[in-house]
Design a protein around this ligand. Structure first.
Ligand code: SF4
Ligand code: SF4
Length: 474
């Protein structure tokens, strides 16, 4: 059966008959490539270096999922920091919106790991082994997928992907642990070994097979583009007025500056023709700008036929920096990020959570006294170990047993200690007695929290449905 043929190209990476159209973009040396190379290698260096950098005695970045603790540049966010992390996430989203409104897909072309590693690590290695873009295209045509040069390239890809996967893992467990695991048996750390293996395979598949399809099909950011950009956003654009009507050959009477040489198309890593206008597939990598500038220099025309511009500017409507979104986004960012910074810098030296014991809310002693067990959870936010003492105040005939007090908590760690509070039944009003729990390390932290103890109802004998307990800062 013959496969149906599409009336036109559906995706730049698909032929009309649905087979994969392998893209082998030609590199285009130029000023923009030089700038992007500097930025890309700086980012690669930062990515590899961060797990080795320590700040305030902690890794610069550690995403400890097991303990639910996230360290960013020496500041550790504990599981109790949900609000802070939420504010940080919202700030990041608004910053992305702002960057897109101002500079289009600058992230895709300059900062996204997919672009950085594909264009500055994996693709140059491919060109080295396969004899440039032409050599790769030749091997494609001859269907020599297992040519020795391709197998050698894959071996190098494997080594690089494995190294990057280990670096990736170091962001979650620390570089020392990764090193320890590398020199140990995989059976001693099956989870780490599995994560590294899966990450290595995923990277290999991505940079060997999926490539630009990740940007076109999998990444949601490209799809948001139409919502995030407006007519004044900076984009990589072809100057239609100047370039058209395009035409090849010597007789250029009445023709625009575009000589239809296709250099901008053959260099495009997503296989599109920028002359067709703004397209979802364009990652704003600037390669077509360099390619076209070289052509313009060769034919003695001004550079910039393809350049950073905006749809409004190209239509002769001028540049408008101040727009609704370029005003609202910074205001929203300042408000959310400002709140984040305020909350971060005004955090207590410890986070205290008061919890009731599992099971019955209270028990009765033979003499009728009421015993409540509560658990005091202490998160030490300081950089040194602290000993936290607990006392309970607010009732005359109170007896408190806190067998673990004072409790020593290591920096950035969370520990829980049980506290038993005994009161005569007449101290309870309608089955409730509010007391004050004081937790202090004697130096940097001294907090008082209201806590409701549960007890028997005086006029009714069933109060055991009071299972909800809680403490609040006074
Ligand atoms: S059209 Fe130009 S900027 Fe867009 S992806 Fe292709 S080469 Fe890069
Ligand atoms: S590189 Fe420039 S001149 Fe050549 S086809 Fe593209 S836009 Fe036209």
């Amino acid at each position: 059966m013959v496969a149906p043929v599409a009336p036109g190209r559906v995706l730049p990476t698909l032929n009309e008959d649905g087979t994969r159209r392998w893209l082998r973009p030609k590199p285009s040396p130029g000023a923009w490539l030089t700038r992007r190379t500097v930025v890309a290698w700086l980012l690669i260096f930062v990515y590899i270096a961060i797990p080795h950098v320590f700040m305030n005695g902690k890794p610069a970045m550690l995403l400890d999922l097991q303990r639910r603790e996230f360290t960013f540049f020496g500041t550790t966010f504990l599981p109790t920091d949900t609000l802070l992390l939420m504010l940080l996430a919202i700030s990041t989203v608004i910053a992305v919106f702002l960057a897109s409104a101002l500079a289009g897909r600058v992230w895709c072309g300059w900062g996204c790991p997919q672009t950085v590693y594909m264009e500055f690590v994996y693709r140059p290695i491919e060109r080295l082994f396969e004899g440039g873009a032409r050599g790769s295209a030749q091997l494609d045509r001859e269907r020599r997928h297992f040519h020795p040069r391709r197998l050698a390239k894959l071996a190098v890809y494997l080594v690089i992907s494995s190294f990057l996967a280990h670096t990736f893992l170091a962001y979650f467990v620390g570089w020392d642990t990764v090193t320890h695991w590398v020199f140990g048996s995989p059976g001693a750390h099956p989870v780490g070994f599995t994560i590294v293996t899966i990450t290595t395979i995923a990277m290999l598949l991505d940079f060997t097979y999926f490539r630009e399809q990740v940007c076109m099909v999998a990444c949601p950011y490209g799809r948001w583009q139409s919502a995030l950009l407006d007519n004044d956003s900076l984009i990589v654009a072809y100057d239609y007025n100047r370039g058209e009507p395009r035409g090849k050959g010597k007789d250029r009477e009445g023709k625009g500056d575009c000589v239809d040489c296709q250099a901008c198309v053959t260099t495009c890593p997503t296989g599109i023709d920028i002359r067709n206008g703004l397209q979802m597939e364009c990652i704003h990598c600037t390669q077509c700008m360099d390619a076209c500038d070289a052509v313009m220099q060769k034919i003695g025309k001004p550079v910039g036929l393809i350049r950073y511009s905006s749809r409004a500017a190209l239509a002769g409507k001028g540049k408008h920096f101040l727009r609704t979104r370029t005003v609202l986004y910074p205001v929203a960012f300042a408000a959310v990020f400002g709140t984040f910074l305020y909350q971060l810098t005004h955090k207590d030296a410890a986070d205290i959570t008061l919890l009731g014991a599992a099971g019955a809310p209270f028990t009765l002693e033979p003499d009728g006294s009421v015993v409540n067990q509560l658990r005091v959870r202490v998160a030490n936010r300081t950089g040194t170990a602290q000993a936290y003492a607990v006392e309970v105040l607010g009732a005359e005939h109170l007896k408190v047993i806190a067998p673990m007090s004072p409790l020593t908590v290591q920096p950035g760690r969370t520990e829980t200690m049980p506290v038993f509070v005994t009161l005569p039944p007449e101290e309870f009003d309608e089955g409730i007695r509010t007391v004050t729990v004081r937790v202090t390390d004697g130096v940097r932290f001294d907090g008082k929290f209201a806590y409701r103890l549960a007890g028997p109802m005086r006029d009714r004998d069933d109060s055991h449905d009071r299972s909800e307990q809680g403490g609040e800062r006074k």
